[in-house]
Write a protein that binds this ligand. Structure first.
Ligand code: IVH
Length: 677
């Protein structure tokens, strides 16, 4: 009896944790209004995971822990859609919207029609089947008739409920197919690209490609780490007794099932209202957290949709109004190959100069050779270039009708364009790279990386100076910068007494940087700033890291097998060993104590406010700590407050911070932040 009691208790604890996690997933991913910190969330998740490991008999398919499976997908199996996933006809002007209305009013009088107008998300479409309320299958659009089975990957997207539950008294449909868009927020995309580039991996061209590349991973564990979102915008097959009369009612029903639904939709009574709403979003599209490329206009009443019908490819009852992009048409004159610090070869387009959104552009990124293949672009082609936000322009398409027969294929280089080494491509990687660590392009870029602010912070050692030093043969590898003499520097153009002294003293000062900076500065593939800090702190000295085995390295939670292998290979390389020996000779610091890390100015230029009682230290102590780390403190919350640290029983400052949307850090997170650094 007693044992049963305990088991019951454990079971209800597990259920309780699941409920809490689902609730917080919903707040965070669907409503965008988290109530608890990441730290608290992780704690709940860990507790559930541990209990389930101990009592596997209680694991259910819909537990939040079951989103990620250990399996690697061999191939995405084809899935035939219940109904075709159609595309949308596009319009580009107000007139075309009027024309559309005229066309459909042949089927239903215009005065009877109501419209639902919503942003057109720039992502990839995806359909999800719920059977008896349980997440069952997910597929991409594919050719519209048949898609690819991405069930295991879509399951990892936390905003998507694994079970349709509702606190309202609604009968769960037997079959419920929602269709929507998988997207990535712009900030998440920037962050992901930064992480990938820090690790020396290929980045994505835009949030859409990042979403698509992340969803189509063969290893769902990787998808799980990617910040994907999903928003329902339409439906497929639905078997239910519920009488759904309009699209709006369908979306409201989805909301009741906690499904993430397209935001900012509006019901419009007249076509003028529709146009006004489209133009309103055309002006404020940049204010959204994600990219939209237009608005979708649909008839709201489902019975009228039936009367209006579909063509083979697209519904007649809906159209997309596409925003004008900052685009221009020009000619691709040449493609040059740039070699980065890790040897990655990036193709860059040289264009016939053209005005695009108010600036003259003559270069555009082509990103990688997969992108070239996708675009089918050749040298000499007439291409459309686009500038979105402030990013580097990119080629978005080729105008095939302008083709002559003189265009030239863009060849993947067999040899490094700078040093002539044979180019290599590793399995599972998109990038082609030059494997020669003494390639001048790699040397220049790796010294620029070594000297940058987040690394050894050597002011005055930017790209142009490094290029000069390499060109004049004064520097052949990173460590050579520590042996530069005043006489040598004075021979460089523009280097007078003052500039030379400044550079020499900046170089000298960098020798005292903590090990974490040096480690990051060395540019080991896959080792970003964070990993460098953890490694430095854990091992304390460069020698210890160099001697560590792969499994010892992996004892740090953030270091996986790929990073461990890369670190090992890096330090086994003769060229690296030579550099390290030279750095030692130059007396560059190669150790780090925990306290040294505190020199990190994590609160630099921030105004921090504390509210509530801190459990771990006094308010004074906390204020002193953040000041040491670069912050100013204040007792008032205002628009210029950067951060509010919240303890127990917080006061009105907490409310004010929430109102103003100021970043809030709970005590646990605050502690984690200061102890990690
Ligand atoms: S409704 C019959 N609503 O645009 C198709 N589609 O160009 C009904 N899309 O593949 C789709 N945002 O994946 C609809 N708010 C939205 C959308 C949207 C993006 C995608 C959709 C479709 C593509 C068609």
């Amino acid at each position: 009896m007693k044992m049963k009691d305990t088991r019951n208790k454990i079971f209800s604890k597990i259920e309780d944790l699941r409920k809490k996690i689902k609730y917080h997933d919903y707040l965070y991913y669907v409503l965008n209004q988290p109530e608890i910190s990441d730290y608290e969330y992780d704690k709940l998740y860990k507790e559930l995971k541990e209990l389930e490991e101990k009592y596997p008999e209680f694991i259910t398919a819909d537990s939040p822990t079951q989103r990620v499976c250990g399996e690697v997908i061999k191939e995405f199996k084809p899935i035939k859609h219940t109904f075709p996933m159609l595309s949308l006809d596009n319009t580009y002007s107000e007139q075309e919207i009027y024309d559309w209305l005229e066309k459909i009013s042949k089927f239903v009088p215009a005065k009877n029609l109501e419209f639902i107008v919503e942003p057109k998300l720039d992502g990839l479409s995806c359909t999800i089947h719920y059977i008896d309320g349980k997440f069952h299958t997910a597929a991409t659009r594919g050719d519209g008739e048949t898609g690819e089975d991405v069930t295991l990957n879509v399951k990892t997207i936390k905003s998507i409920p694994l079970v349709l539950e509702t606190k309202y008294k609604i009968k769960i449909p037997k079959f419920f197919e929602v269709r929507g868009e998988v997207i990535m927020f712009k900030v998440d995309f920037e962050k992901l690209n930064k992480e990938l580039s820090n690790k020396g991996q290929q980045t994505f061209a835009n949030p859409r490609n990042a979403a698509s590349g992340s969803l189509r991973q063969k290893n769902p564990k990787i998808t799980a780490q990617r910040p994907l979102r999903f928003y329902v915008h339409s439906y497929g097959k639905i078997e239910t007794d519920i009488d759904i009369k309009t699209d709006e009612e369908f979306l409201e029903l989805c909301k009741k099932f906690s499904l993430p639904v397209i935001q900012n939709y509006k019901i419009c009574e007249t076509i003028d209202e529709v146009i006004k709403y489209c133009l309103e979003w055309q002006n404020k599209r940049d204010s959204l957290e994600y990219d939209i490329d237009g608005m979708v206009i649909k008839v709201n009443q489902l019975k009228y949709r039936q009367q209006i019908g579909n063509t083979l490819k697209a519904p007649r009852w809906a159209i997309a109004y596409k925003f004008p992009a900052k685009q221009a048409t020009t000619i691709l004159k040449n493609v040059i190959m740039q070699v980065g610090r890790t040897g990655i070869i990036t193709p860059v387009a040289e264009l016939q100069p053209i005005e695009c959104g108010g600036v003259i552009i003559s270069r555009a990124t082509l990103h990688n050779f997969d992108e070239i293949k996708r675009l089918g672009v050749k040298i000499g082609d007439t291409v459309v270039v686009e500038r979105a936000g402030e990013v580097i322009p990119k080629i978005v398409k080729v105008i095939e009708s302008k083709r002559t027969s003189k265009e030239k294929e863009i060849e993947i280089p067999k040899k490094c364009p700078v040093c002539g080494s044979n180019v290599v491509k590793e399995e599972n990687e998109v990038a082609y790279r030059c494997p020669n660590p003494s390639c001048p392009a790699q040397i220049i870029n790796s010294i620029v990386h070594f000297a940058k602010r987040e690394a050894m912070d050597i002011e005055g050692l930017g790209e142009s100076v490094v290029e000069l030093l390499v060109e004049k043969n004064l520097v052949k590898k990173i460590s050579d910068i520590y042996f530069l003499t005043k006489q040598q520097l004075l021979t460089l153009p523009l280097f007078k007494e003052k500039k030379t002294n400044n550079l020499l003293s900046a170089i000298e000062k960098s020798k005292q940087k903590p090990l974490s900076k040096l480690l990051y500065a060395l540019g080991i593939r896959h080792v970003g700033e964070k990993a460098a800090e953890l490694l430095a702190e854990h091992f304390g000295s460069l020698d210890n890291i160099m001697q560590a085995t792969e499994s010892e390295l992996q004892r740090i939670s953030e270091v996986g097998p790929v990073m461990a292998k890369s670190i090992k290979e890096f330090f086994e390389n003769r060229y690296t060993i030579e550099i390290i020996n030279e750095l030692k000779k130059a007396n560059v610091n190669m150790t780090q104590t925990k306290a040294e890390n505190k020199e990190k100015q994590i609160f630099k230029n921030m105004t921090v406010v504390f509210t509530g009682e801190l459990e771990s230290m006094t308010r004074n102590k906390a204020e002193e700590l953040v000041k040491q780390m670069g912050a100013k403190t204040s007792s008032f919350v205002s628009k210029s407050t950067s951060l509010v640290v919240v303890g127990k029983n917080p006061g009105s400052k907490y409310q004010k911070a929430k109102q103003l949307g100021i970043k809030i850090l709970y005590e646990e997170d605050f502690l984690k932040m200061i102890s990690e650094k």
